[in-house]
Design a protein around this ligand. Structure first.
Ligand code: NAG
Ligand code: NAG
Ligand code: NAG
Ligand code: NAG
Ligand code: NAG
Ligand code: NAG
Ligand code: NAG
Ligand code: NAG
Ligand code: NAG
Ligand code: NAG
Ligand code: NAG
Length: 417
């Protein structure tokens, strides 16, 4: 009984002390203080803050810094909407755009500080620019030229367009500027890891700037419309692409997308990687089919993004239905032939007399000649006789008499007599 009481008391004491230790361990670190920011360039934000004052001497911490593209810090972070960095210093830089405003948050993490939890974040929001200057930005890249286009939103007289060169670490003004369009020429465009653009101007006497971050130029590759050539080679067709601008990147960056249909069936697709000028794909050829084909060049996603316009449609061959031909051969032609035969037979019967006039029976003529000949050999001894042909009297019908049968009856009576 005594042991039991001791046990429970010990147990309770142990639990209570554990609870105290646990409560101590889950205390969070205090947040950082005095967060300030400075735009070092139109695209580079320098953040500085201070270590919380009430930290124990031996407590080592580091910081998580997050910058989100939203001026509303209570909005939940979206994917692909923020940059996060973990640093030991009380300062860090971000290359970032300002057009949607920013929410900056800094958290203190214990690195070697006993059992502590990270601090709640210190947040600061940067509101978005007062005026949105442009919208609808789009890009087309080809051969060291990047064509940028946009739609101006506000009526800004001195609207200027700049871009950031990572190589050069400078802001460069685009000189070839028209309304809503500018072309950047640079050999470095291909190698930029990302692109930053600045639009600025004066609105109601105030200087306004908008900065944007976009993909690197190979994500906006624009290829010329190719030409498709179809050639026959035995039982196959060769689809050939003719395009002159597939030389800027490695050949594995270009894909030829051939779409063709034969005999008006559902279009089929044939892809060819390593697409270059003059490259071809081989397709089985059915000579009873009409082929229609076109080609489009796709810039591989391994290298970036983009495509050409589809080529004009090219046709090859004729549609001939082999079943119809067989049907014609097997049924219709014999049908026509027999029809002709029947018709000609009927006509023949009807107009027999005209078509075949009556000619004497050939057997008679032969017999006649034969008999005549025999007579002549007999008559050779009497040379006085003429060797003329004397036609035999026709005796065929002479024996037929249409008299009544009375004589027959008479005959019988004769016999009886
Ligand atoms: C933050 O700034 C205020 C005023 O400038 C100063 O009194 C305070 O000590 C600073 N905090 C830290 C942690 O340095
Ligand atoms: C851009 O505008 C912001 C205010 O929206 C201002 O703080 C910043 O200094 C401006 N940057 C440039 C390069 O003009
Ligand atoms: C900020 O976002 C939250 C959550 O989306 C929303 O409730 C709040 O109204 C927003 N505040 C502003 C000023 O837009
Ligand atoms: C941190 O700051 C120290 C001096 O203040 C500097 O030498 C060091 O390069 C900085 N480190 C980083 C990662 O910024
Ligand atoms: C930010 O600017 C401060 C001076 O304003 C400088 O001491 C600090 O080194 C800068 N931070 C970075 C990461 O360069
Ligand atoms: C910050 O501290 C954590 C431990 O809490 C550690 O894992 C991390 O590597 C540290 N980061 C830096 C940049 O020192
Ligand atoms: C965006 O640009 C396209 C042409 O580039 C145009 O047709 C369209 O109307 C524009 N949209 C807006 C909202 O200005
Ligand atoms: C920001 O851009 C500069 C210049 O292009 C580059 O040197 C630096 O590494 C970039 N910083 C970050 C954090 O990406
Ligand atoms: C850097 O920019 C300057 C001025 O715009 C230009 O003269 C120079 O050629 C550029 N250098 C590079 C490497 O882009
Ligand atoms: C636009 O930005 C450039 C580069 O930062 C600057 O030289 C120019 O004065 C700015 N113009 C206006 C109107 O803010
Ligand atoms: C090839 O082109 C056809 C027709 O334009 C399209 O439907 C298909 O998605 C394309 N294929 C690829 C891999 O892009």
């Amino acid at each position: 009984m005594m042991f039991r009481v001791w046990d429970t008391t010990l147990m309770i004491c142990f639990s209570v002390s554990l609870m105290f230790v646990g409560a101590d361990s889950i205390t969070a670190l205090p947040p950082p203080e005095n967060l300030t920011f400075k735009w070092e360039t139109p695209f580079t934000l320098n953040l500085t803050w201070e270590k919380p004052k009430d930290l124990r001497q031996n407590c080592k911490v580091n910081y998580t810094v997050e910058v989100r593209h939203s001026q509303n810090c209570s909005e939940k972070p979206k994917l692909d909407n923020s940059q996060t960095r973990r640093v030991q210093n009380t300062s860090c830089k971000f290359n970032i755009s300002n057009v949607n405003g920013l929410c900056i948050s800094v958290t203190v993490n214990p690195e070697n500080c006993g059992n502590k939890n990270p601090s709640p974040p210190l947040e600061r929001s940067l509101s978005r620019p007062k005026v949105l200057l442009v919208t609808n930005r789009s890009y087309e890249y080809s051969h060291e030229r990047l064509k940028c286009t946009w739609t101006p939103v506000a009526d800004i007289q001195d609207l200027s367009f700049y871009y950031w060169s990572h190589k050069n670490e400078t802001v460069i003004k685009c000189n070839e500027q028209k309304i809503g369009e500018c072309i950047i020429h640079s050999a470095f465009l291909k190698d930029e890891p990302e692109m930053f653009y600045l639009f600025n101007g004066t609105s109601n006497g105030e200087r306004v700037n908008n900065t944007f971050r976009d993909e690197r130029p190979p994500h906006y590759v624009k290829l010329n419309k190719p030409k498709l050539k179809i050639q026959r080679s035995g039982n196959t067709l060769l689809f050939k692409t003719e395009a002159s601008d597939l030389n800027e990147f490695k050949s594995c960056c270009y894909i030829c997308n051939y779409t063709y249909s034969m005999c008006d069936k559902i279009p089929q697709e044939r892809l060819r990687n390593d697409c270059e000028d003059g490259n071809e794909v081989v397709v089985d050829y059915d000579s009873n089919c009409k082929y229609t084909a076109r080609v489009q060049i796709i810039f591989s996603e391994r290298c970036g993004a983009g495509k050409s316009d589809p080529s004009d449609e090219v046709e090859y061959g004729e549609n001939r239905d082999p079943k119809l031909l067989a049907l014609l051969a097997v049924i219709i032609i014999p049908l026509i032939v027999s029809c002709c035969l029947i018709v000609s037979l009927v006509l023949l019967r009807r107009h027999k007399d005209i078509i075949f006039p009556k000619i004497p029976e050939p057997t008679l003529i032969f017999k006649d000649i034969l008999i005549n000949n025999i007579r002549t050999t007999e008559d050779l001894r009497s040379p006085a006789d003429d060797r003329l042909y004397v036609p035999l009297e026709e005796i065929v019908e002479s024996k037929i008499s249409l008299e009544p049968e009375a004589p027959l009856v008479l005959n019988t009576t004769d016999k009886q007599v």
